[in-house]
Design a protein around this ligand. Structure first.
Ligand SMILES: Nc1nc2c(c(=O)[nH]1)N[C@H]1C(S)=C(S)[C@@H](COP(=O)(O)O)O[C@H]1N2
Ligand SMILES: [Mo]
Length: 446
């Protein structure tokens, strides 16, 4: 084959997970998508290799020559599905629980399938879920938000009250502080869904916290913190820095143009842009203004980072700049030498993404990736990078620099400062190793 042929046929893989056959789901669940994908696409690629220029279409391809059944029948009527659903052919693009984590019914995580998604917004149905005590179905007519503490007029809002107030809509990422947490140790979990899938982004709509606090007349002399409390059985309570809350926090009821999903806090959640997920209290029922941190169970017994010297980092809320290649990524397989569009996500809890670079040799050489706009503050940013795979082993990495000038650290740099006993705030550069046979695996490089 000529190099041009290689380039063309390389485009077939890695295919989105959604191209897979339904009965391969179990295999995907256990081992990532590689084995299944390889089986499915091998035939297609053999055919591709045989035809020089249009690799995916044989000259006698019946899907080109004959009209398919759907072109010869009446379509289904409108409102067959009053609430639209994805195509049945996309049934593998789902949230999953990690095979490597202990699973309990209520205190668990379902990860977003980052490897299958495009752009900068996570569909609401695929937004990750993290519950400390299960999720609840709240009747919005009976939900209340109380504002109390250091305020002139303590008040209670119904949902109807909140929906009448001026609103804002903002796109932001939500990342659990424990995202990529298993990588602190020597555990290289198989797929990007499990390494980075406690990450999602939505357009959130609601009332700015600043508006509610000003209306309640907060004590400008003494007020420094906010306590946020959820209505679920976990008694979730978090201290929020008042400056951050006044800056851009939102009491949100909307997610991607509709009401929040129950799993994500319906009918009300706190949005604290740039801050770790646990502070985005779901099923929000109370905001209390105070002059010192509360030191609740959710900020003392967990959500602290054990440092090498035995001390703890506490209130380490901001999600530092981080990026990851979502495809090709662990569990996928490159089926052919040639062109690939390496794609991924970059974000920073401190501002916008200024630059993303990609290395294919484990960090020795870096080249700029294409950052796809818009680059919004504290939102996910999509990047793309053109790469021609020559069939040799490659070590794929991405690194982001944010608007403060901070650059994502290597694993060694991070571990030198923080040791390996944290659970939270791992923002190290991620490495995917492409083996000569095309298989992609998670490896930890320095
Ligand atoms: N009330 C309440 N709020 C909560 C939680 C919870 O269990 N209860 N989980 C927190 C954690 S740890 C995270 S990472 C985010 C996850 O939000 P999501 O489930 O919408 O992805 O919600 C936070 N807010
Ligand atoms: Mo979390």
């Amino acid at each position: 084959m000529t190099s041009r042929d290689n380039q063309e046929s390389g485009r077939l893989a890695p295919a989105p997970e959604s191209f897979l056959d339904a009965d391969l789901v179990d295999e995907i669940h256990l081992g990532g998508v590689n084995a299944a994908r390889r089986k499915l696409l091998k035939g297609a690629l053999a055919a591709a290799a045989a035809t020089a220029i249009a690799p995916s279409h044989a000259a006698d391809d019946p899907d080109i020559l004959a009209l398919p059944s759907w072109s010869r029948t009446l379509g289904k009527p409108v409102v067959t599905t009053p609430y639209g659903q994805p195509s049945p052919f996309e049934a593998q693009v789902i949230k999953r629980q990690s095979p490597g984590l202990t699973q309990t019914n209520q205190a668990s995580v379902a990860f977003t399938p980052l490897q299958s998604l495009f752009g900068m917004i996570t569909p609401s149905g695929l937004h990750f879920e993290r519950h400390h005590q299960g999720w609840v179905d709240i009747d919005p007519t009976r939900h209340r938000l109380m504002i109390n503490g250091l305020v002139d007029s303590p008040s209670v809002f119904t949902m109807a009250d909140l929906l009448r107030l001026p609103s804002v809509s903002r796109i932001h990422f939500l990342e659990c502080g424990a995202n990529t947490g298993l990588e602190w140790g020597n555990v290289a979990v198989p797929t990007v869904q499990y390494t980075h899938g406690m990450l999602s982004a939505s357009e959130f709509t609601g009332v700015p916290v600043s508006l509610l606090l000003e209306r309640a007349g907060y004590d400008r002399q003494r007020a420094r913190f906010l306590l946020a409390e959820g209505a679920d059985g976990s008694g979730m309570t978090r201290t929020i820095n008042l400056d951050a809350a006044l800056d851009d926090a939102i009491v949100a009821y909307g997610q991607n143009g509709e009401m929040l999903r129950p799993e994500n806090g319906y009918p009300l959640r706190l949005v604290v842009p740039g801050v770790q997920g646990v502070s985005w209290v779901k099923w929000l029922r109370r905001l209390e203004v105070g002059d010192q941190p509360w030191g609740t169970k959710d900020e003392t017994s967990h959500y602290v980072d054990l440092m090498p010297d035995g001390t703890h980092r506490q209130y380490s809320g901001i999600q530092e700049a981080k990026s990851v290649i979502t495809s090709p990524s662990g569990g996928q397989t490159l089926l052919q030498q040639g062109y690939y569009c390496v794609t991924g996500l970059a974000w920073s809890g401190r501002g916008t993404v200024s630059k993303v670079e990609v290395s294919t040799d484990g960090g020795q050489n870096w080249r700029a990736a294409r950052v796809e706009g818009p680059t919004l503050p504290k939102a996910l940013t999509r990047f793309n990078f053109d790469w021609v795979w020559n069939g040799e082993e490659a070590l794929l990495q991405s690194r982001v620099t944010d608007s403060t000038g901070y650059t994502q650290p290597t694993r060694n740099q991070l571990v030198a400062r923080r040791g390996t006993r944290s659970i939270y705030h791992n923002n190290a550069i991620q490495t995917w190793r492409v083996a000569a046979d095309g298989a992609v695996h998670n490896v930890q490089l320095g």
